[in-house]
Ligand binder design. Sequence first.
Ligand SMILES: [Zn+2]
Ligand SMILES: [Zn+2]
Length: 240
Amino acid sequence: MNYCLDVHTHTVASGHAYSTMLEMVASAKEKGLGLLGITEHAPSMPGTTNKIYFENLKVVSRQMGELKLLLGVELNILDYQGNIDLDDYLLDRLDVAIASLHGPCIAPGSIEENTAAVIGAMKNKRVNIIGHPDDGAYPLDYEQVVKVAKETNTILEVNNNSLSPNTFRQNTRENATTMLKLCKQYEVPVIVGSDAHIATDVGLHQNAQEVFDACDFPEHLILNRSVDVFLEALKKKTLL
Ligand SMILES: [Zn+2]
Ligand SMILES: [Zn+2]
């Protein structure tokens, strides 16, 4: 399968990433992507950027030659109700919003609490994607997560970075496999995100591809295969 897009990446603005926006764009073009999403960590992540950064993204062109650029955010899920850390006014001005559980922002709870946190975020019409739901530090009831993803048209991520051998996350391969089997059963689409924190990692998907191959995951449920299909999937959420 040809991977045409990557919508989960970070630049120096996130505080612990190492490339600029234009370096990320250059890398995406070099790799032949049709669409790049840059999703900086939202303000509750220590060391990241501030609200004014997100507000001012209007100054950046969303078309960089052949490459379509989406500028968004990786929100922090803050509690077991699924509240997130950027207000609706700003979210309405961004192109894409990923919501994730991160150690510095929420303590791992019970499986019921973690699942409620993710479901709460999915019920927010401004949240398009759940980032790295494979993280074993936050055990989830994947059957519930996949069912609510289908009901709310929220996209579940297969995080390529989580699946790399040097990840700090636990049980990612097992968790991603469990989730993918359910996505296959319930016909729920997924997206591969590189979660690149340096330009050279933009568009990487090999670890995710290995897991897809291992569970014979159908290509028509992988949104990276077409820019148009992905943009359609994004719109479904906002219409809810
Ligand atoms: Zn994250
Ligand atoms: Zn990230």
